[in-house]
Ligand binder design. Sequence first.
Ligand SMILES: NC(=O)c1ccc[n+]([C@@H]2O[C@H](COP(=O)([O-])OP(=O)(O)OC[C@H]3O[C@@H](n4cnc5c(N)ncnc54)[C@H](O)[C@@H]3O)[C@@H](O)[C@H]2O)c1
Length: 463
Amino acid sequence: MPVPDSGALVAEPDGVLGVAGELRVGQVEQKRIAGLIIGKESMSAVTLALLGAGLRGQSYARHAVAAGTGRVIAIAEPDPYRREAAAAEFGVSPDQVYADWTDLAAAGRLADAVIVATQDQMHTEPAVRMADLGYHILLEKPMATSEDDAIRIADAAQRNKIMLAVCHVLRYTPYTQTLKRLLDEKRIGRLVNVQHLEPVGWWHHAHSFVRGHWRRQDTSAPMLLSKSCHDIDWLIHLFGQTPAKVSSFGNLTHFKASERPPGAADRCVDCPLEPTCPYSAKRLYLDCLADPGRHFWPLSAITKNRTEDGVLEALRTGPYGRCVYACDNDVVDHQVVNMEFPDGTTCSFTMSAFTPMEHRHTRLLGTHGYIDGDGHTLRLVDFLTGEEENVDTNAGAGPSAGDGHGGGDEALTEAFLAAVSTGDPTLLSTDAAESLASHRVVWAAERARTTNTIVHLDERAPR
Ligand SMILES: NC(=O)c1ccc[n+]([C@@H]2O[C@H](COP(=O)([O-])OP(=O)(O)OC[C@H]3O[C@@H](n4cnc5c(N)ncnc54)[C@H](O)[C@@H]3O)[C@@H](O)[C@H]2O)c1
């Protein structure tokens, strides 16, 4: 049943749900997408149902509406504040506003496509059910938290002949598109080895993976799945093949009770050591108050009351005020994965909490040259001529969710809507089967880490 409209809440003009950083609905001019001119008045705007009006759901919906290529016509969200604010922001009719995705699904197919932006452990059932209803699906990563569930999703997509794009936003950034083109043009000859670093960032790690949603394997997923499935997928994309063998090591080394300094309190607001602790929640979130660029993320994850009192109350009572050495987290804070591909080429991946939060760094070594990439610029050195070329990929946006992941959020949304609008799946970088294949590598690497073995992948796994 739809939720009765309270009629009371209109998204605040500068409120958490009303504005996502620089993203303002309705200010975007016509855009050229995949060869089509699609404007905000376009009659072909794809209709969307939104399952989960949390941070990710809001972001994709805003990009769709801002581009003029999508229209949110149904919402399912249990949190009354988020639900009503999103319904008001997107102008959703009260009879299409639901408190639970199952209620929205019970109404049958309401829209062309659905955005599934619920938490990690709530992807499979909505994805399978919505596929069976015939919706095209934009599905947040990780696809699912178990291999069996990911297979169920891929099967449902295939059975129903729908388009399903997993939100591997890195694939869609201008930076990646340029890098992939340079590799495909063989500008460094044959790619032989890649070294790739995912710098999670010390405060980001504390926010999301010690205090936040993704801190525990049993309520979310292992770190490699919840965070670095992006990187494994991206590396597979660059190599153009899935690995044959993987090994992995990684541990939770720092954010645990044995590392707790003597005298530290359970909460930062009560802690005598807080001024000297780099992981102080007080410093992190009070500083966000002064920076509008960090209001949507990470601040809106901890409170909807964006005042000093609101933040301090959240730190006194909520999960984000806890000492990083006194949480119930168990995911690793650093991990390495080595991969060998069927043709003998290799790749090493490192994820670490103990870095600034910045774009990934990658060194791609080929037979005729190499490329160093920092998320903005690609420095290509040619072995024959010794010449160095710096390619600025126009990646103005920063790496965080608040920054739209280097332009990836927006580009993915536009590609998905263009694919649905034209019925052309080639506008997407991946389909469900390919995402399943890259997720399988993550599960294999995690198995390698936890069993201290080298895991051989089934080379016949779908790509
Ligand atoms: N692609 C990326 O780069 C990226 C980045 C961050 C997070 N994520 C993923 O996106 C997903 C969502 O993350 P988030 O940060 O938006 O989390 P969130 O908690 O802000 O949003 C999830 C929303 O789902 C809602 N929900 C819960 N039960 C529901 C139900 N039965 N029906 C409908 N909605 C329901 C919650 O109330 C919440 O508002 C996660 O799987 C996360 O791992 C992806």
